[in-house]
Design a binder for this molecule. Structure first.
Ligand SMILES: [Zn+2]
Length: 107
């Protein structure tokens, strides 16, 4: 293998949001059943909706920062697309108005 090449940090995109979960396990003496309960956790979970379907996936503690970056990338992408649609719509309106003016002139 050759020398390592520096690559731009692109971590991909993930829709959804992170939440923390606290659980009670199957152990009959689980501290989650004490009072006050001390549940296990926090566990991290990504919850998302994609094409009308919801889902979730477990996220390891060591993956939390990476997943946060991936979610931020998704949020940024959606914001950019929204802006693109807004500007594109304005441009389309201007093009149509110009086109109609030239049609009127030709008649
Ligand atoms: Zn337990």
């Amino acid at each position: 293998m050759g020398a390592e090449v520096a690559r731009p940090q692109y971590s991909g995109i993930l829709p959804g949001s992170l939440s923390q979960q606290y659980n009670v396990c199957g152990n009959p003496n689980c501290r989650g059943k004490a009072s006050p309960p001390q549940r296990h956790g926090a566990y991290y979970e990504l919850n998302y909706t994609r094409k009308g379907k919801g889902g979730s996936r477990f996220v390891e503690r060591e993956e939390v920062n990476l997943v946060k970056r991936q979610i931020a990338n998704y949020t940024r992408l959606r914001a950019l697309i929204d802006r693109w649609i807004d500007l594109g719509t304005k441009l389309a309106d201007l093009k149509l108005a110009t086109h109609r003016r030239s049609l009127k002139r030709a008649r």
